[in-house]
Design a protein around this ligand. Structure first.
Ligand code: ZN
Length: 213
């Protein structure tokens, strides 16, 4: 992927965006770095309870981590608890599904049976809200052998509704930091080789377990 993680393609506007003043006193502190390095954090946005949205590239692929940190002697450090979403999944969450999740969150306390939602982000990643647990769960699932029902893995994070609201706030910052990459990101199901249903069905991102749910 070309763009902000590739210094030779970064233009002056990109540079300007990234030289946001680092203010450690603010809870949602931005730590933009420049020149951009592989693995360097473009931002670390606090969601509460030492959970952060961290934008950084791994092997040249930009990922948005929603991750639990722990406090150590040198400050917060990332744990394995959380998810790393590529920009396609992040964009889907932001553009296509945040409103649906909001609807479930807003109506959670109402006596309505239909608030449960389970939204497919691609491969085996799902966002779900399911009564009676007041959380927005973002998680990798998997299909056990000899089963036709996917089950949740430990790779994920369950956000309180407040943390979900902060996650939504973080989307505007992420959008600003990687606007070019997000604009260039095409939803897998809209790519050319998915124009016929066979292409879609053969795609491990769109149809990860060989059939539809
Ligand atoms: Zn696909």
């Amino acid at each position: 992927m070309q763009g902000l993680n590739s210094p030779e393609t970064a233009n002056e506007d990109d540079e300007k965006k990234l030289t946001i003043v680092d203010d450690e006193a603010t809870e949602n502190c931005l730590n933009p770095v420049g020149p951009l390095r592989e693995g360097a954090e473009l931002c670390r946005l606090h969601l509460g309870d030492e959970r952060y949205v961290v934008l950084k590239s791994f092997k040249g692929v930009m990922q948005a981590h929603i991750r639990q940190f722990e406090l150590g002697p040198k400050g917060p450090f990332p744990t394995s608890k959380g998810v790393a979403l590529n920009l396609e999944k992040w964009k889907k969450l932001e553009e296509m599904y945040a409103e649906d999740i909001d609807l479930s969150v807003t109506n959670f306390d109402k006596n309505d049976e239909n608030i449960d939602c389970k939204i497919h982000l691609g491969s085996n990643y799902y966002v779900s809200v399911k009564k009676p647990i007041a959380r927005v769960d973002i998680r990798r699932w998997f299909l056990p052998l000899d089963s036709d029902v996917i089950v949740p893995t430990k790779k994920g994070i369950s956000l309180t509704f407040k943390q979900w609201s902060y996650l939504k706030n973080s989307m505007a910052v992420v959008r600003q930091l990687v606007s070019k990459e997000l604009d260039e990101t095409v939803y897998c199901e809209q790519s050319n080789d998915h124009l016929n249903q066979m292409g879609y069905l053969a795609c491990s991102n769109c149809n990860p377990n060989g059939y539809m749910y």
